[in-house]
Design a binder for this molecule. Structure first.
Ligand code: PMP
Ligand code: GLN
Length: 385
């Protein structure tokens, strides 16, 4: 070879994801994994059975339709109507994707020209920076700062330039647990309308809001024609390995995203699409019980981490608690997380890797609480030791 780096320049610096690195560390050391956000118990038994039935009955074992099986598109539309009073046409305004991850990638690849600026909350979920880079676009961070991680709307206004094409928003926000208020969402929507921006919203934690409410920005005035709304079954139904996600939006936006999506995976997860369709029709009680269970786990781990000496930023939503380790005399979250499995048998994720501004998150460490209570108790005992 000619000595030129194999990995192209766009992906330079986007090596192994922190989640893969930390989960591998957990396996290697036998530590309790509070790093990568996945539940340690599967979702509802009847939904697992629905997947088995679909497989046995030969539904989805061959390529499903490109936009997703009709049962699932109809179920997504019914979910949007039930929870948010929003009407989407299952045929033209819903697209099934390989998780939210593909929906994000396809949206950015479809909607951005090289050089376009994308404003996103920092700390960023890891795939945002990589997908913006793959699209040849430029990321512009809007830093959320401890202790409450509210977005600075004046800073957002200042960050918008003539090159800004798109706002990539995430609420409930991973990793900080910030949930946008209606006032904040409205102010952001007004800026998007004023500057004629596209908006992509990542709402995978929509059913994990403990304080406040989830407001899909697509429901706000002027947003329907400019917003790609993304969610996924992984978190809501505790089947993160199935990778069934979806996009809802105007026919024009969904058609654009579908154009990119069809050359990424074309289709995926055939039998699981039928099972997720059933999951989306579960009664309200499922969604309430799920949230309340996670609220209890949030409270348990928040209290335990505080007892162990961490500064705890109580999340309003998601699976995650952000802490600050300076209170423990630590100066660097990355070094802290690399040493933690050996020191006390627990894995966490350093939030610094989600920032462009390394100072803003240097001492922040994220813990996932989507684990069995006994596991959280044991993790807290170890951390106290
Ligand atoms: N966005 C955020 C904010 C996430 O935390 C995750 C991980 N669940 C994803 C997207 C990816 O979702 P999926 O597993 O459905 O691809
Ligand atoms: N969303 C999960 C998290 O934030 C990880 C998903 C992944 O590993 N890509 O921990």
């Amino acid at each position: 070879m000619d000595g030129r780096p194999l990995l192209n320049r766009r992906l330079d610096g986007h090596g192994t994801t922190i989640f893969a690195e930390m989960s591998a560390l957990a396996v290697r050391t036998g530590a309790i994994n509070l790093g990568q956000g996945f539940p340690d118990t599967d979702g509802p038994e009847e939904i697992r059975e629905a997947a088995v039935r679909a497989l046995r009955d030969g539904r989805g074992n061959q390529y499903p339709p490109g936009p997703g099986v009709p049962e699932l598109r109809t179920a997504v539309a019914a979910h949007q109507r039930r929870f948010y009073g929003l009407d989407f046409d299952p045929d033209t305004e819903v697209l099934v994707t390989a998780g939210a991850t593909e929906a994000i990638a396809a949206s950015l690849l479809a909607l951005l020209e090289p050089g376009d600026e994308v404003i996103a909350f920092e700390p960023f979920y890891d795939s945002y920076a990589a997908c913006i880079a793959m699209a040849g676009a430029v990321r512009v961070p809007l830093t959320l700062r401890a202790p409450d991680f509210r977005p600075d709307l004046d800073a957002l206004r200042d960050a918008i330039t003539p090159r800004t094409r798109l706002l990539l928003l995430n609420s409930p926000h991973n990793p900080t647990g910030m949930v946008l208020t209606r006032e904040e969402g409205t102010a952001i929507a007004e800026l998007a309308v004023e500057h004629d921006l596209l908006v992509v919203t990542d709402e995978v934690y929509e059913h994990l809001v403990f304080e406040g409410e989830h407001i899909p920005l697509i429901s706000l005035p002027g947003m329907r024609e400019r917003t790609v709304s993304i969610s996924s079954s992984g978190k809501t139904f505790s089947f993160t390995g199935w990778k069934v996600g979806w996009v809802t939006g105007s026919p024009a936006l969904v058609a654009a995203v579908r154009t990119a999506k069809q050359y990424l995976t074309f289709v995926s997860a055939g039998p699981f699409q039928y099972a997720v369709a059933e999951a989306l029709h579960l009664p309200d009680a499922y969604f309430t019980d799920f949230r309340e269970d996670l609220r209890g786990k949030r409270d348990l781990l928040s209290a335990g981490l505080a007892d162990a000496g961490f500064e705890v930023y109580r999340p309003q939503g998601t699976y995650f608690i952000t802490t600050d380790v300076s209170a423990l005399g630590e100066k660097d979250g990355i070094a802290f997380c690399r040493g933690l499995p050996e020191r006390c048998g627990v894995v966490a994720v350093p939030s610094a890797v989600f920032y462009d501004d390394p100072e803003a998150g240097r001492t922040q460490v994220r813990f996932a609480f989507c684990k069995q209570k006994g596991v959280l108790d044991e993790a807290v005992n170890r951390l106290k030791g």
